[in-house]
Design a protein around this ligand. Structure first.
Ligand code: NAD
Ligand code: 4PL
Length: 244
């Protein structure tokens, strides 16, 4: 295994399970000191213990400014931020109400903004040429059913990625997004999305079920020096389900 992230610290949000846990595991294997952050505190503790390599857990609800400030204060110098935490709903259009809409935007989009602002302010103060990697979703391209507020929140994340790249480039900080297709994560396995693999598989160019590690390996590239000349971009990692 390469050690491309030796001496770097990475925060991964939503890392108690699923794609976030796989990202934290991969960045730790690449040599990073990983901060496993999640609103699920015991889950974050268990994931950090399983990952080892000096990984530590810090409980944080990304939609709460006080939680975000506490996380960033305790983190020390941060080189890499992976905004992975999100609510992944399966909700019929007729069941979407304003409370659902506001909750999805609050966590998935506002939480990504709060984390990015707090961490990059700290990077700038320490003159760290940092990396921000935002986990969006290919549902933004596909307009996938039963998750309208989620699709909108991920479109917002892609727009914010482009704007933040512009604002932060002069400080040597890159901001990129990654759009997974359907992935067999812990959350998906225990939701109605688990029934979509056959249909999604017909749309993919490559056969098979996407795994959290398929996303983690692409995040490792974006976190590495190999991605130094990329910013404001959206990397689609979905077995070719959508092509643009
Ligand atoms: P998951 O539900 O398995 O895990 C999400 C984690 O985020 C959980 O540990 C949860 O506790 C945490 N979380 C939720 N709200 C939070 C908050 N307010 N603050 C902090 N942590 C919070 O999800 P997953 O499938 O692993 O998805 C991870 C990321 O990948 C999400 O951004 C999701 O939108 C994206 N994604 C997933 C898929 C997929 O098919 N699984 C596809 C495209 C994009
Ligand atoms: C193709 O981001 O990208 C279901 C659930 N199907 O969350 C997603 C696809 C889901 C997706 C997603």
């Amino acid at each position: 295994m390469s050690r491309k992230l030796d001496g770097r610290t990475a925060i991964v949000t939503g890392a108690a399970q699923g794609i976030g846990k796989a990202i934290a595991t991969r960045l730790a294997a690449d040599g990073a000191k990983v901060i496993v952050s999640d609103v699920n505190g015991p889950g974050a503790d268990a994931a950090a213990a399983a990952i080892g390599h000096g990984a530590i857990a810090i409980t944080c609800d990304i939609s709460k400014p006080d939680d975000v400030a506490n996380l960033v204060a305790r983190a020390g110098a941060v080189n890499v931020l992976v905004n992975n935490a999100a609510i992944v709903p399966f909700i019929a259009w007729d069941d979407i109400d304003l409370d659902h809409w506001r909750k999805l935007i609050d966590v998935n989009l506002t939480g990504t903004f709060l984390m990015t602002k707090a961490v990059t302010d700290k990077m700038r103060a320490a003159a760290v040429k940092g990396r921000v990697i935002n986990i969006a979703s290919n549902t933004f391209f596909a307009g996938t059913p039963n998750m309208a507020a989620y699709v909108a929140s991920k479109g917002g994340v892609i727009g914010f990625t482009r704007a933040a790249a512009t604002e932060l480039g002069k400080h040597g900080i890159t901001v990129n997004a990654l759009t997974p297709g359907l992935i067999e994560s812990d959350g998906v396995k225990s939701s109605p999305h688990a029934n979509a693999f056959e249909f999604v598989g017909m749309l993919q160019a490559l056969p098979g079920r996407g795994q959290p590690e398929d996303i983690a390996d692409a995040v490792a590239f974006l976190a590495s020096d190999d991605a130094r000349w990329m910013t404001g971009q959206t990397l689609n990692v979905d077995a070719g389900m959508v092509r643009y």
